[in-house]
Design a protein around this ligand. Structure first.
Ligand SMILES: Cc1ncc(COP(=O)(O)O)c(C=O)c1O
Length: 391
């Protein structure tokens, strides 16, 4: 069995397949069961079997997923939610109060910014936007005594910016704030923020964790009992939990996360290299490229550079729309992280909700979620789409 260097802890690939998923003690079932139940028989009032009382509070399929997520993120507690945004909402309401302040990224998933600006700000949570790649700018955005959370994505969606997790953890902790890292783009296989000082990891498990574009889910992972208690309270009290079927699908996806991420990353590298050869592409955004401004930090904190690639069209917005519509192997669709390659126009699709805000994305931008198909087919598809858009 492969083990990490200390020879104590199983390797990541083993944890992905085994953590939380020991064969069922009664039947030997190798695959965890889907416990499609809302409630549990009590052996006398309060006589709970293994603590199970009601499935909003706990469900064995969700427990299995939560244990696996915690192990993969090197944390002690995982919490699974109905969506990534549900996880974010629970986090903010559990740990912040009206009047508090948070620092948020200048490039982020549009729905995350919409939640800050249209759900939590009206509720009384103030925010300052800062570029996550600039440690001094993040430090300057902190309001000492009032800032509770520094929130980053790395890589960011959709511009693939890189935040230095260790440096930002120091900055946040120096001001008495927590560092939250949305690890959706990297997945725990490529990057484990808790091991670099982050306090809370956020996932849209809809993406690489699930990996097959067949489920919506979210997660939080922490390595601190007090934080876990506060978050678990909100998970149950607000109730946006992952159901047993959805938990099972994400857990199934996690088993193959390492092999998928290796292939996503390898294919993305070839696609990014191809795009750099095109005169009609003005910029290629992929942290694995040596010229990417976050390349060195990404190389320090990531195992590989991931499957997300964005690029800008020299001819502008209409050319970007034409390219996304001309692809045939890449499917024109929102979302990311599934085995199939997707292409989209962030300005008009995933990030339409940040139009007119400081997070607005360039109109000439195209975002790829590079899948695990034959990479030659992906490159040929992009080549024909770029040629058609130019012609
Ligand atoms: C980086 C990132 N975080 C969070 C979310 C929100 O997750 P969900 O769509 O599962 O609510 C998304 C969705 O695209 C995302 O890309």
């Amino acid at each position: 069995m492969h083990r990490d260097d200390d020879r104590q802890r199983p390797g990541f690939e083993t944890l992905a397949i085994r953590a939380g998923q020991e064969p069922d003690p009664r039947t030997g079932s190798v695959v965890p069961a889907i416990y499609a139940t809302s409630t549990y028989k009590q052996d006398g009032v309060g006589g709970l079997r293994e603590g199970y009382e009601y499935s909003r509070s706990a469900n064995p399929t969700r427990t299995a997923l939560q244990q696996c997520l915690a192990a993969l993120e090197a944390g002690s507690h995982g919490l699974a939610f109905a969506s990534g945004l549900a996880a974010e909402d629970a986090l903010l309401r559990a740990l912040c109060r009206p009047g508090d302040h948070v620092v948020i990224p200048d490039d982020a998933y549009g729905g995350t910014f919409r939640q800050f600006s249209r759900v939590h700000e009206p509720w009384g949570l103030h925010y300052t936007i800062a570029p996550v790649a600039d440690v001094d700018a993040v430090r300057g955005a902190i309001d000492p005594g009032r800032t509770k959370i520094v929130w980053v994505e790395t890589p960011t969606n959709p511009l693939l910016g890189i935040a230095d997790i260790e440096a930002l953890a120091e900055v946040a902790h120096g001001a008495g704030a927590l560092l939250v890292v949305d690890n959706t783009f990297a997945s725990p296989y490529l990057q484990q923020p808790l091991t670099r000082g982050a306090d809370i990891v956020v996932h849209s498990t809809t993406k690489y964790c699930g990996g097959h574009s067949d489920v919506i889910g979210g997660a939080l992972v922490v390595d601190d009992d007090d934080l876990a208690e506060q978050l678990t309270f909100m998970q149950n009290a607000a109730g946006a939990v992952a159901g047993p079927f959805d938990s099972w699908l994400v857990l199934r996806g996690l088993r193959t996360l390492p092999v998928r991420m290796d292939r996503h990353s390898g294919n993305a590298e070839r696609v990014a290299d191809f795009l750099t050869t095109r005169a009609d592409v003005s910029t290629v955004l992929w942290p694995g490229l040596p010229g990417h401004p976050g390349h060195e930090v990404a190389a320090k904190q990531m195992r590989h550079f991931g499957g997300m690639v964005s690029f800008r069209l020299a001819a502008g917005t209409q050319a970007a729309v034409d390219v996304v519509e001309a692809c045939e192997v890449f499917t024109l669709a929102e979302s990311l992280g599934g085995v199939e390659s997707l292409i989209e126009h962030p300005g008009l699709m995933t990030h339409a909700s940040v139009s007119g805000s400081p997070l607005e994305v360039p109109g000439d931008l195209v975002r790829l979620s590079v899948g695990i198909e034959s990479v030659d087919d992906l490159i040929a598809d992009l080549a024909q789409a770029l040629d058609r858009a130019a012609g």
